[in-house]
Design a protein around this ligand. Structure first.
Ligand SMILES: *Cc1c(COP(=O)(O)O)cnc(C)c1O
Length: 394
């Protein structure tokens, strides 16, 4: 029955496991382990545990399982494995599949920790990684080879919001039998059709829009049952990056309101981008939902909407960007995103501080660039706050 539900219904009801008490809100099974009635039961469960039988919270837990089943239903995945953070999901999805001698192709525009995993860690174990400009399909075609095992990219890049053509890159990868792993954080499950477009594996940092209220770190790896149970689960359960039951509970609550929040945030982000377009104090407004975004047509086809994030380049460089940030009254200066609160980040001096000038130039991270994660506050208030802060720039 749940297969025919629409996403908002799935986000509220899929995966629910009620205990004998019939609780309304999902129970938090804050337990590390499980009791067996007899020694025979323990032996039988270790030999072959059924879908509703648990052994040890590192392997699985009823609250975590509810979260995995709910988000898998929402995303149209056969199965999922929840992890302790988004990075545990990214590194687990990749490392569980790769071995020395394998070849990976990845886009260059990556979240700092993703870049570290690909550039520093995988190479240490003998995996060769080729980086490409993810928006240039010819570079993907030239880089993917017969021995390419995995293709990796963020569907929308941080912080300059470039969008990668999922369908075309998947076609290129699949000609050579490579698996496509997509970090889909900025698209969110609300605007994701990544499996329909050909993705093999989707990972989320659930810390972002899915928690949505800045409470807990988490992640999820979504894919076929075969991949999740035979490749990911053995790797994750033995290396230890499993999600805590408490986190799973906060994320279950987050999923219930995800669609409402993300659509409201997107509507405000779009209105904000429109009211900032052509502002005398700005060099540039980057929002994938605006018709002047270089990949607007792709954004429309792939996501339908521009999402919850925008970036502005304040005239006057770092000093002006800092003046702007310090004048903001509703938004907060922090580095999370997808939150109920509007969050402002200066990538050049925080999230992307460690990058070389060349890398910053390549990614378009100028000294005036401010990333804005739009929250669920009143649209007019958010816009007025940002306009008054721009007026305060000397
Ligand atoms: C935040 C983020 C991550 C890492 O997630 P954590 O939950 O912080 O470990 C990975 N990829 C992208 C695109 C992110 O925004």
């Amino acid at each position: 029955m749940s297969d025919i539900w629409n996403p908002r219904t799935k986000a509220v009801h899929s995966g629910t496991r009620r205990s004998q008490y019939g609780e309304v809100s999902e129970a938090i099974f804050l337990t590390q382990g499980f009791v067996y009635d007899t020694a025979e039961d323990a032996a039988a469960r270790f030999e072959n545990s059924g879908p509703d039988e648990f052994i040890y919270a590192r392997y699985g837990n009823p609250t975590v399982k509810m979260f995995e089943d709910r988000i898998a239903a929402l995303e149209g995945a056969e199965d999922g494995f929840a992890t302790a953070s988004g990075m545990a999901a990214v590194s687990g999805a990749l490392t569980s599949m790769l071995r020395a001698g394998d070849h990976v192709v990845s886009s260059k525009a990556l979240f700092g920790s993703c870049l570290y995993v690909l550039e520093e860690i995988l190479s240490r174990y003998g995996v060769e990684v080729t980086f490409v400009d993810g928006t240039d399909l010819d570079q993907w075609r030239a880089a993917v080879r017969a021995d390419t095992k995995v293709v990796f990219f963020e569907s929308m890049s941080n912080p300059t919001l470039e969008v990668i053509d999922i369908k075309s890159v998947c076609e290129i990868a699949h000609v050579h039998g490579a698996k496509v792993v997509i970090d889909n954080v900025f698209a969110t499950p609300v605007y994701s059709n990544a499996f329909e477009q050909g993705a093999d594996v989707i990972v989320y940092s659930t810390t972002k829009h899915i928690d949505g209220q800045g409470r807990a770190l988490g992640g999820i790896i979504l894919g076929s049952t075969d991949y999740i149970r035979k490749t990911v689960e053995p790797y994750m359960k033995h290396t230890g990056g499993s999600m805590s039951p408490f986190t799973a509970w906060t994320h279950l609550k987050g999923l219930e309101t995800l669609d409402l929040r993300v659509r409201a945030q997107t509507a405000t982000a779009h209105a904000l981008a429109q009211s900032l377009q052509g502002h005398a104090g700005l060099k540039r407004v980057i929002y994938p939902g605006l018709s002047d975004h270089p990949q607007h047509a792709l954004v429309q086809a792939q996501m339908g909407k521009g999402g919850t994030m925008l970036a502005i380049d304040v005239k006057g460089g770092r000093a002006a960007a800092f003046q702007f940030l310090n004048a903001i009254k509703i938004g907060i200066i922090s580095n999370n995103l997808g939150d109920a609160k509007t969050i402002m980040t200066h990538p050049a001096t925080t999230t992307h501080q460690r990058l070389s000038q060349d890398q910053k130039d390549y990614l378009g991270i100028t000294d005036g660039l401010v990333r804005i994660s739009v929250g669920i506050e009143d649209t007019d208030d958010v816009i007025a706050d940002i306009l008054q802060a721009l007026d305060a720039v000397g």
